[in-house]
Design a protein around this ligand. Structure first.
Ligand SMILES: [Zn+2]
Length: 156
């Protein structure tokens, strides 16, 4: 059985702070994302896409805004979700994503983002796609991410 999952996330940007993390990469020290965790919108969207595809729920169920999760590196959530979907009997086939951000140019960081995501999930980098968009001045002061993921049910 094949199953598809979709994830969306958005965070407001603020000047200064801890730095802006996208796909596990600090892409700017000038901006940061307002969030309980590190505010990695791309990873949050991917987590929701994977959980949705495997019928497990959503990011808020597993990673609530508790003290334990404060300022957490979101790539850690992805490692946990990779294990959860495997335990639930699913294997990721592919993932595609879009990040809309006009304050920072993402192109130089794409390879490292894909490497972080593939390594966290234990899948080949070729299965991961990340497409940066400027947003054509429609999304100033925010980072927005959409992700879609296809999984296959693996028979024991
Ligand atoms: Zn988020």
């Amino acid at each position: 059985m094949l199953s598809v999952g979709y994830g969306f996330d958005a965070h407001a940007l603020e000047e200064g702070g801890k730095g802006l993390v996208v796909g596990g990469v600090t892409v700017s020290q000038e901006w940061s994302s307002k969030s309980h965790s590190d505010g990695d919108a791309l990873v949050h969207a991917i987590v929701d896409a994977l959980l949705g595809a495997s019928g497990l729920g959503d990011i808020g169920t597993f990673f609530p805004e508790t003290e334990e999760n404060r300022d957490r590196y979101s790539i850690d959530f992805l490692v946990d979700v990779g294990i959860m979907i495997r335990d639930a009997g699913f294997e990721m086939i592919s993932m595609d994503s879009v990040v809309i951000l006009e304050n920072v140019i993402l192109a130089p960081h794409l390879d490292e983002m894909k490497r972080n995501i593939s390594r966290s999930l234990g899948v080949k980098k070729a299965l991961i796609s990340v497409k940066p968009k400027s947003g054509n001045s429609l999304y100033p002061g925010q980072v927005v991410a959409h992700a879609i993921c296809l999984v296959r049910e693996v028979k024991p």
